[in-house]
Every structure is written in structure tokens, then in C-alpha cells.
Design a protein around this ligand. Structure first.
Ligand code: COA
Length: 204
């Protein structure tokens, strides 16, 4: 049995066993603390019996982000952002992340946000599967977003976004992603050939 509650700064002394995972971005304290204090109601912790911290989600509220829409108009809208999500190894695959994500979604819905978004590594197929099972959509591909991986921005429209305007850019983004991937592969190919030629000359 697990219980959810608001995350408190003291939890940062207890969460190393959760965040020390190659798929969790280990942010610095100057990043984390302002985020936690910014929207404390969107930062939720989960405890196992004995008050052992076993999961947390760090949500923030982004006010009035301006975006250009297909019809040339632009809109300012508030949305939620998931900055971090992690569950302890021995509590995974039991629905805990699903519950934490649902809590933040409900809170953002009540705060009249348009959508929730997050960034995820391209290689993190488990997390992508989790988000897709909850209705998140890959909104755009982000080449080299991480030092060692590409990433995706994923979005979940909320009930205020009746016309799913927050997903309007998706076709243009797909087109752009396709072009970026081709360019990236071409560069890999050119640099691969170049390093073989240079390597061959050095051996001579
Ligand atoms: C990703 C993570 C948060 C998932 O937590 P969780 O509590 O195990 O997730 P849930 O139990 O709610 O999973 C729900 C669904 O997600 C998918 N999923 C989650 N983990 C999975 C795995 N290891 N393999 C395959 N599918 C997985 C499944 O569809 C699963 O549904 P199912 O159990 O009915 O098959 C957890 O594995 C984790 O902390 N990973 C490291 C950190 C990380 O990747 N954070 C996300 C960064 S963007």
C-alpha cells in the first residue's frame, strides 16, 4: 500500500535511491528548489509503509506561453509541465506513475490549464509507452536534446482545450522532424566517410 502527499524540501535528503537512475535527469539544487517552490501543489511524493519515499512527480505551471497556430494567429495559454517523474525500482509496474500523472493532470485541469507537456528521451520506450497509454502524444522530435540522446516533447490536451489546439502544430512538426532526421543521418554518413578517409591516410 502506498500513500500520496505533497513533496517537501526535506524529501530531497531521501530521494537518491530513486533519482540515481540513468533515465532520470539529476538536476542541480538551484534548478530543483525554485521549481518545487514555484508550484508546490503540483509536486507529489508517494510513500511506502514505514514512510519510505518510493516515487515523486515534479510538476510546474507555465503561465502564458505564446504559441503560433496554423491559421497565423497566436495564443497565450497556461499549461502544466512535468519536469521529473521517478519510481523506485521495487515499486515499478504497479501503477504508481500512472497515479502520480493522473493527480497532476487533475490539478492542472482544475487550474484551467490547456495541456500538460513533458520531455522524454527517445530511448526511454517504457516511459513513452506509459505516457501514450495515458493519452499523451509525441508533439515534436528534439534532436540532441539530451547530451547522449534525442528527445520528444509529448503533450496531453486538457478538458479546457476542447478543439485540441495544443496539438495543432503536430503535422508541421512531423514534417520538420522527418527533415531533421534525414539531415542528421546524412551528417553521420558524411562524418563517418570522412573519418574513414582521414583514418586511412594516417595509417599510410
Ligand atoms: C517510467 C516509470 C516512471 C514508470 O513507473 P511505473 O510506476 O512503473 O509505471 P506504471 O506502473 O504506472 O506503468 C503503467 C504503464 O506504463 C508502461 N510501462 C511502465 N513501465 C514499463 C516497463 N518497464 N516495461 C514496459 N512497459 C512499461 C506500461 O504500459 C504500463 O502498463 P501495464 O503495467 O498495464 O503494462 C519508472 O519506470 C521509472 O521511474 N523509470 C525511470 C525514470 C524515468 O524514466 N522517468 C521518466 C522520465 S521522462
Amino acid at each position: 500500500m502506498t500513500a500520496s502527499r505533497l513533496f517537501v524540501l526535506e524529501d530531497m535528503f531521501k530521494f537518491n535511491h530513486i533519482v540515481m537512475d540513468p533515465l532520470v535527469e539529476v538536476y542541480s539544487l538551484p534548478f530543483l528548489i525554485p521549481k518545487i517552490l514555484e508550484s508546490p501543489e503540483l509536486v507529489i511524493a508517494a510513500d511506502a509503509p514505514g514512510d519510505r519515499l518510493i516515487g515523486f512527480i515534479l510538476g510546474t505551471r507555465v503561465e502564458d506561453a505564446t504559441e503560433f497556430l496554423r491559421d497565423g494567429k497566436h495564443m497565450s495559454w497556461s499549461h502544466g509541465h512535468i519536469s521529473a517523474l521517478a519510481v523506485a525500482h521495487d515499486y515499478r509496474k504497479q501503477g504508481l506513475a500512472t497515479r502520480l500523472l493522473a493527480t497532476v493532470k487533475d490539478l492542472m485541469d482544475r487550474q484551467r490549464g490547456f495541456y500538460v507537456d513533458l520531455f522524454v528521451r527517445e530511448k526511454n520506450t517504457n516511459a513513452i509507452g506509459l505516457y501514450e497509454s495515458l493519452g499523451y502524444v509525441k508533439y515534436r522530435w528534439m534532436p540532441q536534446f539530451y547530451a547522449d540522446d534525442h528527445g520528444y516533447e509529448m503533450r496531453l490536451p486538457l478538458s479546457r482545450d476542447v478543439d485540441r489546439k495544443s496539438l495543432e502544430g503536430i503535422m508541421i512538426n512531423k514534417f520538420f522532424s522527418f527533415g531533421s532526421k534525414l539531415y542528421y543521418l546524412l551528417m553521420l554518413y558524411i562524418f563517418g566517410i570522412a573519418s574513414i578517409i582521414i583514418g586511412g591516410k594516417m595509417v599510410e
